[in-house]
Design a protein around this ligand. Sequence first.
Ligand code: FES
Ligand code: FES
Length: 165
Amino acid sequence: MPSIRINGAERALPADPRVSLLDFLRDHLHLSGAKKGCNQGACGACTVLADGERILSCMALAIQYQDRAIVSIEGLAEDGMLHPLQQAFIDHDGFQCGYCTPGQICSAIGMAAELKRGVPSYVSADVREENIVPSPDELRERMSGNLCRCGAYNGIVAAIAEQLP
Ligand code: FES
Ligand code: FES
């Protein structure tokens, strides 16, 4: 049976190939961390990690990720301990209602890996530079796909900045 790895556990893929990864997580597996904000790739609330890369789960079919490893916000804590970035969001008031927070945190983890690989952004002064300084402008640009209707952006940037090397 075709399967997908979700937060470390092997899961059978849905029989219906039209099921989005977001609906699979939320409706089939009852993992409600990833949110369905816009369901059209515009808000980032549904962001999860696929083999470490951030993706919009509303824009993906579950079956596209057969045999891949998906991590949602539910898969970040280890041994009852919050992921350091989860703790940083608490410490820096990086949320108010919390609706966007799972997507923000998954996105930031994927974004940190992009920075580490030297992937430039629109505001990078030199696209050849491999050691990109994660300035507030860089972080805001790289996180611009994740909207926060509460406007907790200052805390979000502070939390992410604290966790970057
Ligand atoms: S719900 Fe996926 S981007 Fe908004
Ligand atoms: S904390 Fe409410 S939408 Fe971001």
